[in-house]
Design a protein around this ligand. Structure first.
Ligand code: SF4
Ligand code: SF4
Length: 268
């Protein structure tokens, strides 16, 4: 029988998939021989919630955090801007948050750092099919965590609980739905520069998005419930979820927010 055609990139084809309930061994603590080695010269893609939490933890605005600690690699294959943590500018290229005792931002560490040693693969959307995400295990040679005598057994589900990833998932899921939106099916559709800027601002620079909502004509143009406005003023995560909702309107013309004048939505 022929293997079904796959639309996964090659690096994901080679990864070991974790089936539901399947266990993997792992531990990580200061006594593992490789302690802290994975926090240098590494590519960490930041999610909008990562940036928000790291900025708040450092008492910085999202704009200052982005300018100080991130970079935006540009490649011709990218349909959307991505934000990566900028490593220190020295030979080892250590993470700026790595201290002698380990991660100095442990409580607000990024999604990718919480997830390791597992990853989440989201196959590119295809017409008529919802993407079928799956978890896989990294089996990097440098990581000794799976070979330690005190390694515990985890399933993908228990790992997400252990690392408090599931607590953040309502917000993370909103972002995943945006970047894997059916609008991109086929891979050759491209947002124009103005919409790419909107995406970057609303997803990653939440303090600027807050000004866009509260210091512009936004609230005159869109019909929001007073309770929602109050929540957006006082709750960063609610504002971020609302940013994703607004982007679905602004980028893909989904009627996610009611305009007072329908023409206002069209002009976004
Ligand atoms: S944020 Fe923390 S866990 Fe992640 S690479 Fe930096 S030091 Fe390591
Ligand atoms: S390489 Fe693996 S075991 Fe070693 S510190 Fe990093 S995550 Fe922990």
């Amino acid at each position: 029988m022929n293997k079904p055609e796959s639309n996964l990139p090659q690096f994901l084809e080679d990864k070991k998939r974790l089936m539901d309930g399947e266990e993997f061994p792992f531990t990580c603590h200061p006594d593992v021989p490789c302690f802290n080695e994975c926090c240098s010269d590494v590519n960490i893609v930041l999610t909008p919630l990562d940036i928000l939490q790291l900025a708040r933890g450092a008492e910085m605005t999202t704009r200052d955090f982005l300018e100080t600690h991130t970079m935006n690699p540009i490649t011709k294959d990218l349909q959307l801007p991505i934000v990566m943590l900028k490593m220190k500018d020295e030979e080892k290229r250590e993470c700026p948050f790595l201290g002698d005792a380990g991660c100095s931002v442990y409580e607000t560490r990024p999604w990718a750092c919480r997830m390791y040693p597992i990853g989440l693969a989201i196959p590119p959307a295809r017409a008529g099919e919802s993407p079928d995400p799956f978890y896989f295990v990294f089996e990097d040679d440098h990581c000794e965590g799976r070979h330690q005598p005190d390694a515990r057994k985890f399933t993908s589900e228990s790992w997400l609980r252990d690392q408090k990833i599931n607590e953040r998932d309502e917000v993370e899921k909103g972002f995943r739905e945006l970047v894997s939106h059916p609008w991109f099916i086929g891979g050759d559709r491209q947002l124009d520069p103005k919409r790419l800027e909107m995406f970057y601002m609303a997803c990653y620079d939440l303090d600027t998005f807050r000004s866009f909502v509260f210091d512009s004509t936004f609230l005159d143009r869109f019909d929001l419930e007073p309770e929602l406005i109050n929540e957006l003023e006082n709750n960063d995560e609610a504002l971020l979820r609302f940013a994703f909702r607004w982007l679905r309107l602004a980028l893909f013309a989904e009627p996610t927010i009611k305009a007072r004048d329908e023409n206002a939505a069209q002009s976004e």
